[in-house]
Ligand binder design. Structure first.
Ligand code: PSU
Length: 304
């Protein structure tokens, strides 16, 4: 038996057939400082509800995949100092040993699919890190998008990454990358990266239709919906580029590697922007939650 535990809210949604949106937990434990992480997690859940769907924040606790966290669990996770960052490789081991685990994009996609959830909202996916030609540091999120049929709504990939190479790998893996109301691939804190989004769609209905069409065609994998940060919240690329370069140089000097790279860069950029990057990150996650709820509702409508 798959060790799945659903929150009362998600159980009810499953019973009535209401649309559900999965949410990840690494952004809570490794992406934002306490207590903004907890406040944001609550706000993201409420945004999904306000947009007519049910939120299911995913985390691993007591040897079970929790799909939807009650208030006490969410609080415990947000303040946990020792939660592991879990991807495809360590998901089973974390469950088998009963450790507390926060799920990345890759692990959340797996859990969402096991729970029958088609849509998932996050901030930005992982991708090809700068210098990957020697470090081989490419996020497992990319391969997951190629094999697990979940539509992921993100503000592109985190702009600390090599975005051009991230798009190349996604293309090679056959992952549809859909710019939402944009022809430009967004750069997380900034609306534009200057790179073309391979596909463009202007409505949640079209994205839902493409999700269902892939299933009908028997195509493995999901879709990446790249939703630019709202204009009033963005930090333009010309401001971000030198700060990202500084953060990358610091990571090199301090020999940061593997899973520690992304959390290190996010926290360094938080300091370098005087906290502005966190406000932008919160705004883009809420924006993604809203769009994900709309897509989940459209998938539901088209199925019934
Ligand atoms: N989105 C955010 N902040 C984050 C993440 C996403 O706004 O911290 C997390 C996701 O869980 C994603 C992970 O899977 O960062 C990527 O980590 P890595 O580059 O080590 O694969």
């Amino acid at each position: 038996m798959i060790p799945l535990t659903f929150s009362p809210e998600v159980t009810e949604a499953r019973r009535t057939g209401a649309p559900v949106v999965a949410l990840e937990s690494t952004i809570i434990t490794h992406g934002m400082p306490y207590p903004q992480n907890l406040q944001t997690a609550r706000q993201v859940e409420q945004t999904v509800r306000d947009a007519g769907a049910v939120p299911a924040t995913v985390a691993l606790m007591e040897g079970r995949i929790h799909v939807g966290l009650d208030a006490a669990r969410l609080e415990r996770l947000a303040s946990a100092a020792d939660a592991a960052k879990i991807s495809r490789a360590d998901l089973a081991a974390c469950l088998a040993t009963g450790r507390t685990g926060a799920t990345t994009v890759a692990a959340t996609m797996i859990c969402a699919h096991l729970a029958g959830i088609a849509v998932f909202a996050t901030g930005g996916i992982g991708g090809v890190h700068a210098g990957a030609e020697t470090s081989f540091d490419i996020s497992a999120d990319l391969h997951e998008l190629a094999q697990t049929p979940v539509t992921v709504v993100a503000a592109g990939a985190k702009a600390v990454l090599d975005l051009a190479r991230t798009l190349e790998v996604l293309e090679t893996l056959g992952v549809p990358v859909v710019g939402y109301r944009t022809g430009d691939f967004p750069a997380f804190w900034s609306r534009r990266s200057g790179l073309s989004a391979p596909l463009r769609m202007d409505s949640a209905r079209e994205i839902a239709a493409a999700h269902l069409m892939r299933a009908r065609l028997g195509l493995a994998g999901g879709q990446l919906v790249a939703n630019p940060i709202p204009p009033e919240a963005e930090i333009p690329q010309d401001v971000m580029i030198p700060l990202i370069a500084r953060a990358l140089a610091d990571a090199k000097t301090e020999n940061i590697a593997a899973k520690a790279v992304t959390p290190f860069l996010l926290s360094r950029i938080f300091t370098l922007t005087g906290g502005r990057s966190l406000d932008a990150n919160i705004a883009l996650v809420l924006n993604n939650a809203r769009l994900a709820a709309e897509i989940a509702r459209e998938i539901d409508k088209a199925r019934s």
